[in-house]
Design a binder for this molecule. Structure first.
Ligand code: ACO
Length: 311
């Protein structure tokens, strides 16, 4: 009976054994994973857009090559994650449909515009930095295929974070104008990066259950704090100011205190009212339509090959 199965499932999770696709799992666990993994996959794919915008404008061949490789990596991450979601019994077409119809969520961060070259460095440093903080925890998530996808993704993300930081190091040692461009980018990306970790623990709908199932291993607020603690020193090294007057070391807690996030802005962006939401979906839909011939050709090729093997 179900209660016994659930008990055995939880015991397995508690014993740190991975859950694999063919194992019994509660329906709600499956649903939560499909929701989180697909939102994550969509984020990787939509995340290509703000940076793809800059490939032709990167200031040197070396910068272009690194940025191009980075954007391609994001496409790869999307594919690993869609594959991991498919092991839970959902079709990739259905997931695409959820994204393209605007029904599915993806990370709020990708609805902000990349206005200058310093934004590309800042996205690498802060956005990929925040993504890694969250994803390192996910290498230990209870669902096997998700955990394994995360190991490779994290390795690539650390390259992304470093290429971003290196762009900013160059700007920080540049002209006054370049240093101002850097500071302006940090001013605009700091708070949205903190929002990536999701609502506060008190307002997070899924956290308690996801922690009990060990899908999440650390809470939204815990990860946000770790990110702030790690980033302040990197900002000092760059010589930039983080735009938060309340940011200061708290000796007693052994952590940095920081100001209140603008949650109205967060929810507005999540609900589709950010600066780039409409444009991102429009671009994604167009890319999907333009790629129709590739999907058709791949299907025709696969069918021909299967027919040949039968002969
Ligand atoms: N942007 C958009 N939506 C968000 C964000 C965000 N930054 N944070 C939370 N939400 C949504 C959740 O998806 C959830 O919506 P839903 O119920 O409609 O699915 C709702 O807000 C409530 O949040 P939580 O209860 O805290 O949701 P959850 O437990 O799923 O935690 C988190 C959110 C931390 C983002 C988690 O899903 C996660 O770890 N995901 C995997 C990592 C990921 O997706 N990273 C994407 C950005 S990194 C990159 O792509 C480079």
């Amino acid at each position: 009976n179900i209660a016994k199965l659930e008990e055995r499932f939880q015991a397995k999770v508690d014993a740190e054994q991975k859950i694999e696709p063919k194992d019994w799992m509660p329906e709600a666990y499956r649903k939560t994973l499909i929701r989180q993994i697909s939102q994550h996959a969509h984020s990787e794919v939509v995340g290509m857009l703000p940076e793809g915008n800059w490939i032709l404008r990167a200031p040197s061949l070396r910068r272009k090559v690194a940025l191009l490789a980075k954007v391609q990596d994001e496409a790869g991450h999307g594919l690993y994650l869609y594959s991991a979601a498919e092991t839970l019994g959902i079709d990739r077409e259905e997931l695409y449909e959820q994204l393209l119809s605007g029904k599915a969520k993806y990370s709020s961060i990708f609805n902000y515009p990349t206005q200058t070259w310093a934004d590309i460095g800042t996205v690498g440093w802060l956005v990929d930095g925040a993504a890694i903080m969250n994803q390192v925890m996910l290498t230990r998530t209870s669902y096997g295929p998700y955990a394994r996808a995360m190991v490779r993704i994290c390795k690539e993300e650390s390259f992304h974070q470093r290429q971003g930081y290196e762009i900013l190091l160059a700007l920080s040692q540049g002209t006054e104008e370049q240093r101002q461009m850097l500071q302006d980018a940090v001013n605009r990306w700091w708070w949205p990066s903190l929002m990536m970790f999701g609502p506060s623990d008190a307002a997070s709908t899924h956290s308690a259950q996801s922690m009990a199932w060990k899908i999440k291993r650390k809470s939204n607020d815990q990860l946000r704090q770790e990110f702030v603690d790690a980033t302040v020193r990197q900002a000092e090294y760059l010589g930039v100011t983080l735009p938060d007057p309340d940011l200061k070391w708290n000796e007693e807690r052994g952590h940095y205190d920081f100001g209140e996030i603008n949650w109205d802005e967060f929810w507005a962006v999540v609900k589709g009212r950010g600066r780039c939401n409409k444009n991102r979906l429009k671009t994604r839909r167009k890319a999907h339509e333009n790629g129709a011939w590739v999907r058709e050709a791949a299907m025709a090729h696969a069918e021909k090959r299967a027919a040949r093997q039968k002969e």
